[in-house]
Structures are given as structure tokens and as C-alpha cells.
Design a protein around this ligand. Structure first.
Ligand SMILES: Cc1ncc(C[n+]2csc(CCOP(=O)(O)OP(=O)(O)O)c2C)c(N)n1
Length: 566
């Protein structure tokens, strides 16, 4: 076996991991890697315009495809620009591997040019990170990084690569197995606990399933649907869980929490048995913790043992992969068909009560033929887009209206920054999703504030002829913050008016893309159709009603039954 350069060993390792796409940006510390990428024709490199865009794109790629998203960036500012993307992926448990350049080992700690302690900086926003000091460790570390990123509760991993390590020679052999002391995720739930859970569910009168992103990450959507169909237990989803249960299915309650539906929040509040699956009791879901689902026995199924009883005291935990645990639960239920029939009968009045809430307190908004209502734009996008269209969002009202008014029937169609709430996520994430699925329609639903946070990626979209459609709900304001100021700060609109924004149509054109402005409700439908027809990136600037609010809304820190309604 001949020795090869560290940088080439990196490329070979990516091949061993089946990596087809890498997002990134070059610089001095990673020149050796880029030199090797020059010849790596089997790996498509996507040159973004900002390293934050690279990580969000890799994250969108991962969320849409289920594969690990990969980035290469340079040292110093290149590395620090990845922090927001890493934190975003970390909060939503998304598998991403970031390779950052580093100054040569003998310069580390010397305030060398473009040096940053990225391992220190990202310690709290990565699942794990590595500094490679010896090229001989490189293949093992890469193997471990991918393994850590995609197993257990997934998450981002960073590998810091000093320049001299990339230049050093190594006998390349990619390990076949990983041995990590102290890291062995539990995939099978404890049978005794699972039985206890099933017993509890079968005895309940007002059960509710509260499912989250863990269902999508563990590919458990079919099992969840089977479980809900078998038991007839209604299902509420978190923002991250949207698509994990079909919006069109009977018993679907929509999203719960701060901007959840009236009926999801009421059902959770009145429940006597809350079955949480792959969800982490985020404060946006629970509202005031002491009054969250006060009458329920709380069941929590999660792969991450540290999330059990972290926020809400759990009565019956099961640590395991959602899909495995649901499969085990279904097997138990199959042997107890009489009890299941009994459960269905027992919970019929409960389902009727929920149906009553659904009928009398639906999601709604006042339509208008003068002003474009943002909810109407989203409903129209939903109606006109293909079934497998991938929707990303930015953060703010645009995100919440999408969660409420777009009907997601499958997993991995809704990509949004839930945990960190990162403005500027949606557009690069859409680019990543489009790279993963070039034939599919990818739509970023954006606010006029958020889109300006990573708007430079329009150049990336044009360069790679990506079919990303950006639907800007332009309310000339930082809408969600303005909504809070309106409701809780006596309309003192401190610095939330976007009095100046670029002309998005001209800006799109300047980048070599298409753009058009829509300011009449009667033009919404044709504009969306037109955007879908055009090949390549399109910006549609919808001038929407600036006074529209997202309802329901649970004021921060209030119990979720205390919703402000339209
Ligand atoms: C990077 C970042 N900075 C600040 C915020 C705080 N924030 C949340 S929503 C919001 C307003 C978003 O405005 P816009 O993108 O126009 O969307 P809209 O709410 O109007 O739909 C802000 C500033 C954030 N979430 N992310």
C-alpha cells in the first residue's frame, strides 16, 4: 500500500461514506483539500456564497434526503461562520458533518493568521467535535464522525483539520467498524416498560399522541399512522413533526403549542394520557410547564435518555428508537384486539368532543379581495404545488402560517428551523434540498426580513440552475416581532418596520434569476403558476397585509389552553 496525502485520505473517506455532494467555501487552510476536490469528479462540490449558507444547505439536504449533509470550510472566519448552522442542526437533531480548516499544528494557540478555536467555540452546539492532530487518526475520526452524526439522536459533528495534517502522508485504510467507549445508543425499548405503556393507554379515556421530529428521523411515520389507526387516538404534531402524520388523516389535530390549533391545545390540556413520541417538550409546546397537560399520565418515548423528564415530569418513559418501540407496541396490541375494541368504544366520546372543537374552532382568517392575506398565499401554494414538493421556511409569521395552512401529508417535505428559530435558514436549506432532489419542486416561504439574511445564496442557485422558488410574504416589517409589540408592548413598534428593502424583482434579475411582484389577491394564483413554470430560481414578492397576525397565540409563559384567538 502506498501512502497518500491527508487531503486525499479525506476524499477517499467521503467516498467510503457514500458522499455525493459537499457544500462549502475555500480558503488558505483548506487549499490542499480543494486541490483534491478538483479531481474528485464523483463528488459534486457546491460553492455557496457564505459558510452559514453551506451548513444550512447541508442541513436541508440531510432533512430532505435522510443522508448526512457535508461541508468543507476554511479556518478562522470560515469556521466561525458555520456556528449558526451548526447550532440550528444541533437543536433539531440533524446529521451534518462539517470539516473546517485549521492553522498548522505548531501554530495553534499562537494567534496565527485566520486561527480560531473552533473546537472550543462549537463544543456546545455540536453533538461531538474533533481536532485531528495526527494524520494517521484521520480515517478513524471521519468514520466515527459520520457514525456519531447519524446514530442515536442525530446531530452535527465538526472535524477540525490543521493544514499540516492535510499535507502529511498516511497509509489509507478506512475502518470497517466503530468502537466508541461510552457511546452506545439504545434502539430497543425495555419490553416491561412498553407493556406498561400499552396497559396505561388501553385504560385511558382521553388519550392524545404528541409526536415530534423523532418520528421523521427514525422513519417511523408508517408505524405512527398504524398505531393511530388501530387505536383511534388523535395525533397532535410539533413543528418538527409536521408530515410525520398525514394532515388529511382522520384524528389529525395539527400542530400544538404557542401557535398550535385550538383543538390540539385543548385536547392536550384535557387529556388523561399524553403519549409523547420523539418530541422533547420544548417550551414553545408546553407553555407554562406546571399547567401542561395537568390531568395526564405522561408517557415519553425517545431515543435520547437525557431528554426524559428534562422539562416535564414523565410517568412512563421508554428509551429507544421510535420506530422500534411503535413496532413493539403494535405487536402487543395485536394480541389484545378485545381490549383495543374496548378502547375505541371508550374514547369515542372523547373523539366526538375533539371533532366538535375542530368544527367550531378551526384555523381561520378574514379573507379579502383588496389586501393579499399571507394565509391565502400559502393555501394557494398548497393547492398548486406537486404532492412531493419540498417546503422550507424562514422564521417568523411566514413559518407559523406555513405550519398552520400548508397540509403536509408525508415526512421530509417540511424543512424549518424549529429549535433555534434561525432567520436565513430557509433559502439555503431549499438549495440543499434541491441538490438532493433536482427533479422536485422546492419552495422557500419567506419573510422580507428573513430572506435578506442569506439572500446572497441566490448566486449559488443561479450558478447551479436550481429550481428553487422563493415566495416572499412581504409585509414590510419584521412581522412576528411587530405582532408581539402590538399585543404585549402597547403598539410601540421599536425598530421592526422594514422601511427600506431592495426591489426584490430587480435584485433577482441582477443575479440572473426571475422575479415578479404581486400586489392584488386576484393575481396570486397566476403568479404561483408562473413561478412553477419557469425553470430556475424565481423570487415572487407578495405584498401582503402588514396587520395580519398569527392566531391562535399562547402568550409566552402562559398555559397552552389560554390562547388568544382571532
Ligand atoms: C437570526 C435571527 N435574528 C433575529 C430573530 C428574531 N426574530 C424572530 S421572527 C423575526 C421577524 C421575522 O421577520 P420576517 O422575516 O420579515 O418574517 P415575518 O414574521 O414578517 O413573516 C425576528 C427578527 C431570529 N429568529 N433569527
Amino acid at each position: 500500500m502506498t501512502k497518500i496525502k491527508g487531503a486525499l485520505a479525506l476524499i477517499e473517506s467521503l467516498r467510503c461514506e457514500g458522499v455525493k455532494h459537499v457544500f462549502g467555501y475555500p480558503g488558505g487552510a483548506v487549499l490542499d483539500i480543494f486541490d483534491m476536490l478538483y479531481d474528485a469528479k464523483d463528488i459534486e462540490f457546491i460553492l455557496v456564497r457564505h459558510e452559514q449558507g453551506a451548513v444550512h444547505a447541508a442541513d436541508g439536504y440531510a432533512r430532505a434526503s435522510g443522508n448526512v449533509g457535508v461541508c468543507v470550510v476554511t479556518s478562522g472566519p470560515g469556521a466561525t461562520n458555520t456556528v449558526t448552522g451548526l447550532a440550528t442542526a444541533y437543536m433539531d437533531s440533524i446529521p451534518v458533518v462539517v470539516f473546517s480548516g485549521q492553522v498548522s499544528t505548531h501554530l495553534i494557540g499562537n494567534d496565527a493568521f485566520q486561527e480560531a478555536d473552533i473546537v472550543g467555540i462549537t463544543r456546545s452546539c455540536t453533538k461531538h467535535n474533533f481536532l485531528v492532530k495526527d494524520v494517521n487518526h484521520l480515517p478513524r475520526i471521519i468514520k466515527e464522525a459520520f457514525y456519531i452524526a447519524r446514530t442515536g439522536r442525530p446531530g452535527p459533528v465538526l472535524i477540525d483539520l490543521p493544514k499540516d495534517v492535510m499535507n502529511a502522508q498516511v497509509l489509507f485504510k478506512y475502518p470497517e467498524e466503530v468502537h466508541l467507549r461510552g457511546y452506545s445508543p439504545t434502539y430497543k425499548g425495555h419490553p416491561g416498560q412498553i407493556k406498561r405503556i400499552v396497559d396505561t393507554i388501553l385504560r385511558s379515556k382521553r388519550p392524545v399522541i404528541y409526536a415530534g421530529g423523532g418520528i421523521i428521523l427514525s422513519n417511523a411515520a408508517d408505524e405512527l399512522r398504524e398505531f393511530a389507526r388501530t387505536t383511534r387516538i388523535p395525533v397532535a404534531l410539533t413543528l418538527m413533526g409536521l408530515g410525520a402524520y398525514p394532515a388529511g388523516e382522520r384524528g389529525f389535530l395539527g400542530m400544538l403549542g404557542m401557535h398550535g390549533t385550538y383543538y390540539a391545545n385543548m385536547a392536550v390540556h384535557e387529556s388523561d394520557c399524553l403519549i409523547s413520541i420523539g418530541a422533547r417538550f420544548d417550551d414553545r409546546v408546553t407553555g407554562k410547564i406546571d399547567e401542561f397537560s395537568p390531568k395526564a399520565k405522561v408517557i415519553h418515548i425517545d431515543i435520547d435518555p437525557t431528554s426524559i423528564s428534562k422539562n416535564v415530569k414523565v410517568d412512563l418513559p421508554v428509551v429507544g428508537d421510535c420506530r422500534n418501540v411503535l413496532t413493539d407496541m403494535l405487536a402487543l396490541l395485536e394480541n389484545r384486539s378485545k381490549d383495543v375494541d374496548e378502547l375505541r368504544r371508550e374514547i369515542e366520546p372523547w373523539n366526538k368532543e375533539i371533532d366538535y372543537w375542530k368544527e367550531h374552532m378551526p384555523l381561520k382568517y378574514d379573507s379579502s379581495d383588496q389586501l393579499i392575506k399571507p394565509q391565502y398565499v400559502i393555501e394557494t401554494i398548497d393547492r398548486l404545488s406537486p404532492e412531493d414538493a419540498i417546503i422550507t421556511t424562514e422564521v417568523g409569521q411566514n413559518q407559523m402560517w406555513t405550519a398552520q395552512f400548508y397540509k403536509f401529508n408525508k415526512p421530509r417535505l417540511f424543512l424549518s428551523s424549529g429549535g433555534l428559530g434561525t432567520m436565513g435558514y430557509g433559502f439555503p436549506a431549499a438549495i440543499g434540498a434541491q441538490i438532493a432532489f433536482p427533479e422536485r419542486t422546492v419552495i422557500d416561504i419567506a419573510g422580507d426580513g428573513s430572506i435578506q439574511m442569506n439572500i446572497q445564496e441566490l448566486a449559488t442557485a443561479v450558478q447551479y440552475s436550481l429550481n428553487v422558488k422563493v415566495m416572499i410574504l412581504n409585509n414590510c416589517n419584521l412581522g412576528m416581532v411587530r405582532q408581539w409589540q402590538c399585543l404585549f408592548y402597547r403598539k410601540r413598534y421599536s425598530h421592526t418596520a422594514m422601511n427600506f428593502s431592495p426591489d426584490f424583482v430587480k435584485l433577482a434579475e441582477a443575479y440572473g434569476a426571475n422575479g415578479f411582484l404581486v400586489d392584488k389577491p386576484s393575481d396570486v394564483e397566476s403568479a404561483i403558476k408562473e413561478a412553477f413554470k419557469i425553470k430556475g430560481p424565481v423570487f415572487v414578492d407578495f405584498r401582503v397585509d402588514p396587520d395580519e397576525h398569527v392566531y391562535p397565540m399562547v402568550p409566552s409563559g402562559a398555559p397552552i389552553k389560554n390562547m388568544l384567538l382571532v
